[in-house]
Design a protein around this ligand. Structure first.
Ligand code: NDP
Length: 279
């Protein structure tokens, strides 16, 4: 089910998570950004309010530094971090959360995710996230890289339905069945590697489409994601691209062109397979 119409007026637009928390549709992914504090400030100046980090990116302290440099109040900013695979399990996930907060220099997170569905431990990890949520130390909790069977398994016995599932998502990997399953379950889909980690330029037909809309191929792809109701967190270390990726709100793709991009789906990943990863 593709979301009909388009309700996000500008870069500050939010989606309401299943617990009522407002999460920006657009955010800056900070994995592999070299100049993190500067990039966070540039993004904030371009209107971004969501910053997506993780323990494994080893830049939470730099993200915290960048956030403080923006001059924005804590309430204006939405910070996501994630529980890495080696930290999964009940007690270790609680300790990992504290360590992430400490590095970020924050006293709460907006969103904390189970980074990957580590077999045998993700349910215990989820119990820890539920405890953190109940204790109001995090405003929303979710998962990442959970296929339908992982979600169905997690939901068996879970007290809290994940608010977000952060997944690889771009024109060559749509996984529409999973997008639909999450929408029906009240789990907001969020795209990682929306620009195929920089390889999106290789998809030739996007350039024709971009020319037709007088936009860049990156803008067309990010706009396509938003029109499908999928939140997105493109990464860039480059100020002009950070700004470009936020200019998505003065054009609209026709339903035919959304379908044209959908049709590029080839089940092609740029990252690990959630059913076969060794991380
Ligand atoms: P993206 O798909 O966002 O692509 C980033 C690459 O595209 C960079 O090389 C960047 O170059 C380039 N780029 C950005 N904007 C443009 C543009 N407008 N035109 C041309 N090139 C552009 O890659 P990521 O893999 O980093 O994914 C985004 C975020 O998703 C990560 O930063 C992370 O936060 C999250 N993520 C989560 C995962 C998970 O398991 N939950 C896994 C992987 C990522 P440059 O920087 O040089 O400008």
């Amino acid at each position: 089910m593709t979301k009909q119409g388009f309700e996000i007026a500008d870069v500050a637009g939010t989606t309401t998570l299943n617990n009522g928390v407002e999460m920006p549709y657009l955010g800056l992914g900070v994995m592999n950004i070299t100049n993190v504090p500067d990039a966070v400030v540039w993004a904030a100046e371009a209107g971004y309010r969501l910053f997506d980090t993780a323990m494994i990116y080893k830049n939470e302290a730099e993200v915290g530094k960048g956030i403080r440099a923006t001059g924005l109040s804590r309430a204006e900013i939405f910070i996501t971090s994630k529980c890495w695979n080696s930290d999964q399990g009940y007690d270790s996930a609680l300790a990992a959360f504290d360590a992430s907060l400490d590095r970020l220099g924050l006293d709460y997170l907006d969103l904390y995710l189970v980074h990957w569905p580590v077999a045998g431990t993700y349910k215990e990890t989820w119990r820890a996230l539920e405890a953190l949520y109940r204790a109001e130390r995090v405003r929303a909790i979710g998962v990442s890289n959970f296929m339908r069977h992982h979600l169905e398994d997690l939901l068996t016995g879970a007290d809290v339905v994940p608010m977000v599932n952060q997944m690889e998502f771009h024109p060559l990997l749509v996984q529409q069945d999973l997008v639909d399953f999450c929408a029906d379950a009240g789990v907001q889909y969020q795209a990682w590697s929306p620009l195929m980690s920089g390889r999106i330029a290789q998809v030739g037909s996007l350039h024709d489409l971009a020319a037709r809309y007088d936009r860049t191929f990156a803008q067309v792809v990010l706009r396509w994601s938003l029109q499908k109701g999928v939140a997105t967190i493109p990464k860039s270390s480059t100020r002009s691209r950070i700004e470009e990726n936020a200019c998505l709100f003065d054009f609209e793709l026709s339903p035919d062109d959304v379908a044209r991009i959908d049709a590029l789906d080839a089940g092609k990943r740029v990252g690990p397979d959630p059913d076969d990863f060794d991380l």
